[in-house]
Design a protein around this ligand. Structure first.
Ligand SMILES: Nc1ncnc2c1ncn2[C@@H]1O[C@H](COP(=O)(O)OP(=O)(O)O)[C@@H](O)[C@H]1O
Ligand SMILES: [Mg+2]
Length: 203
């Protein structure tokens, strides 16, 4: 594994549509450039495993995804959109780090309150567990609103300074079964967004 980066990373939110799958696939693609990496799909919808397989990534789903302990690899878990789902709970219980993608609106953020409390409770049990919010789908070339900054400060988890912008290339990657890493110069800004997230998780 790459030193300082989480070996087992859970991408988790109780809300659908915040970008769990998009980020899990892209984080796994970015980590795979550093060390062997498995994309582990815990969402019964199976979109990460379909996408990852098309993109030529190493993918596991179902029970095999939960059992993924492939030292010295990284594992990225794309979790189902429910904090009550047993697979989400098991991923939370065995992750080294949790990333919670949130949309750049305070209302959307507050919808994740209960999930964030579950992550904070797990951190109380396991102080080594690292966890961050990451704001996804930020409007290109615009800053986060003051209200969003304030809402982020009131949450029990730190937000990464890095944000992921709303970029058509992320949607195109899903449609084409590819990732921004394989899409050439037109995807460079999207790759830079993901790389900034990876670098900020590295301690
Ligand atoms: N940064 C982004 N820029 C543009 N579209 C995005 C971005 N992140 C996610 N999307 C799109 O938003 C929708 C929901 O994303 P998805 O990753 O499926 O979320 P989740 O897995 O949390 O339900 C998808 O259509 C996806 O292509
Ligand atoms: Mg998903």
């Amino acid at each position: 594994m790459t030193s300082g980066l989480p070996r087992r990373l859970a991408v988790l939110n109780a809300k659908g549509g915040t970008g769990k799958t998009t980020l899990a696939v892209h984080l796994a693609a970015g980590l795979a450039r550093r060390a062997p990496t498995v994309l582990a799909d815990l969402d019964p919808q199976g979109s990460a495993s379909q996408w990852g397989a098309l993109a030529g990534m190493v993918v596991l789903d179902g029970e095999r995804a939960l059992a993924a302990e492939p030292e010295p690899c990284h594992v990225v878990w794309d979790c189902p959109p429910s904090v009550d789902h047993p697979a989400a709970q098991r991923a939370l219980a065995s992750a080294d780090a949790v990333l919670v993608p949130v949309l750049p609106s305070p209302l959307d953020l507050w919808a994740s309150w209960r999930l964030v409390q579950a992550v904070v409770a797990e951190q109380a049990r396991r102080p080594g567990l690292r966890a961050w919010l990451v704001v996804n789908q930020v409007e290109p070339s615009s800053a986060l609103s003051q209200a969003m900054h304030e809402a982020l400060r009131e949450f029990g988890l730190p937000a990464l300074r890095a944000v992921v912008r709303r970029r058509a290339v992320f949607r195109r990657a899903a449609l084409q079964g590819s990732t921004a890493y394989a899409m050439g110069p037109s995807a460079a800004a999207a790759v830079a967004d993901i790389e900034a997230v990876i670098e900020e998780m590295q301690r």
